[in-house]
Structures are given as structure tokens and as C-alpha cells.
Write a protein of this length. Structure first.
Length: 269
């Protein structure tokens, strides 16, 4: 049996959540990440024995048998690099679809993030759109958060503003950004609403809270959020000032042509 801490996916998870904390996106125990893995990914690192079964209060029937590396509830991202076995857990969705089988981690008796149902709903929604999808990431980037206080929450206008800030926004997320009004977190209701939004975009902003991102790997998902946050940072620095120029719709058409993009329909005039 190989050391699970040497697995490429484990190393990448530890590096990523540490980087998220260093960026200031995950204060205290804020934020959570889940990585979907297949049996071949994990077979050399676990003995197949279930450590304990944890109820999920959600039926993930479409994900039965799938493995997920998930950050723990109440855990601080800053501590993951020092005690990964305490702060992370590898779970398998049980045959009944409503329980998670712990295969590794949560060694202090802990459990997965309270947002796990929301993650699993988003994983299911994104897999229907992209079979190569693997990551759901939630965090609290300050500028995107601040933007939800002063900007119209209309998804088209929110997206267009970000696209106008830096060229990379349109290049990196041509599918745009979806937005939810403030809702109580940690509930199936916000999970269902997020999953619905995930059908049309990989980024979903939770007003006055944070953002959900989805992607094929940790780098892609981190980069999505990082780019949107940079766009929001620029906006927050200039929102109160008169604009003498910006990226125009004709400019956006040039970007689309240059990078062979398929932008969200109707979002560019």
C-alpha cells in the first residue's frame, strides 16, 4: 500500500487549499473543496475497509460508488498542510446513496463540510454538462463579495462588468458568472439553487457570502475564481470614479475571434 500523502491528487489538494488560505479567500474555517476520484485513482492508497459511515442527509444516488476527497467541517485551511489526516477525508458514496463511507481521514472524529450536499448537487449538475468535471470549490474572495453589495445582481450585467475589467475574464470564463441572492448557507435549498445555476456556468456567486467554482482539475477551478476575483478587484477600485474607457462590445467580439471562444449567448451586443 502506497502512502496516501504521496498521491498526486492529495499533494495538489493540500497545495491548493493552502494557496486559497494564503490568498485570503478562506478565513477561519470558511470555504470548502471537494475532488471527485475514481476507484483506479485511490486503489493503491487505501485498503478498502470502511472506517465508519456518516449520514449525509441527502440522496446522491447518481454518485453512488464515487470517491471524494473533501475538506472537513469546522476545519481551518491553514492547518491542512500540517495535519491533512485531521482536516481532510476520503469518502465513498454508499450504495444507499444517503451515507458516506469514510475510507481515510477525519482522524479526530470529524466529518465532511456541512456544504457536502451542495457540492454533490453541483458535481451531478456539472457532470451532466461535462463528463470530465471533477472539482467543486467554495470560498470567500473579498472583492467579489464586496461587488455584490454595490452592483446589480443581474447575471448578464454582473458578467459583462467583469468581462470589461480585464481581457482574461472573457477568455477564462466565456460561459459567464451566475448569481444567487443571499440565502442561508449549509442547506439543501441553496445547494439545489446552486446546482441549477451550475448547468449554465462554472462560477456561481453567492451574494454577501462568496463563490462556487467548478472545473476539471484544481488548477482550472482555482484559476477561474482567481480571474473573476481580479476582475472584481479592478471594478471595486474604479466603480466610484468616472470611466474614460473600457473593453467595449466590439473589443469583446475581437477577443472571441482571437481566442476562438463561445461566449454566453446574448451577453455581447
Amino acid at each position: 500500500m502506497k502512502d496516501i500523502l504521496s498521491a498526486k491528487w492529495m499533494v495538489e489538494m493540500i497545495r491548493t487549499v493552502t494557496n486559497m488560505y494564503d490568498h485570503g479567500w478562506d478565513e477561519r474555517n470558511g470555504g470548502n473543496v471537494s475532488m471527485m476520484l475514481d476507484e483506479p485513482d485511490v486503489r493503491d492508497y487505501i485498503d478498502g475497509k470502511v472506517i465508519r459511515t456518516i449520514p449525509m442527509n441527502f440522496n446522491a444516488e447518481k454518485l453512488i460508488g464515487k470517491y471524494f476527497l473533501v475538506t472537513g467541517t469546522g476545519k481551518y485551511f491553514k492547518n491542512v498542510q500540517y495535519e491533512p489526516g485531521v482536516n481532510l477525508g476520503l469518502i465513498r458514496i454508499a450504495r444507499n446513496g444517503t451515507d458516506a463511507e469514510l475510507m481515510w481521514g477525519y482522524t479526530d472524529g470529524g466529518r465532511f463540510t456541512s456544504e457536502l450536499p451542495a457540492h454533490l448537487m453541483s458535481h451531478t449538475a456539472r457532470l451532466a454538462v461535462d463528463p470530465e468535471h471533477r472539482i467543486v470549490m467554495h470560498c470567500h474572495p473579498a472583492n467579489l463579495l464586496a461587488m455584490t453589495f454595490i452592483h446589480d445582481l443581474d447575471e448578464k450585467e454582473f458578467t459583462r462588468t467583469l468581462w470589461q475589467m480585464i481581457t482574461e475574464c472573457l477568455v477564462v470564463f466565456p460561459d459567464g458568472v451566475n448569481v444567487l441572492p443571499w440565502m442561508i448557507c449549509g442547506t439543501n435549498e441553496i445547494g439545489e439553487a446552486t446546482a441549477e445555476k451550475m448547468k449554465t456556468a462554472r462560477l456561481v456567486v453567492w451574494a454577501q457570502h462568496g463563490i462556487y467554482g467548478a472545473g476539471r482539475d484544481l488548477d482550472e477551478t482555482f484559476g477561474l475564481i482567481e480571474t473573476a476575483e481580479k476582475g472584481a478587484e479592478v471594478y471595486m477600485k474604479i466603480a466610484h470614479l468616472p470611466w474614460k474607457q473600457t473593453i467595449t462590445d466590439p473589443d469583446m467580439h475581437e477577443i472571441v475571434k482571437r481566442f476562438d471562444l463561445t461566449p454566453r449567448e446574448g451577453y455581447i451586443k
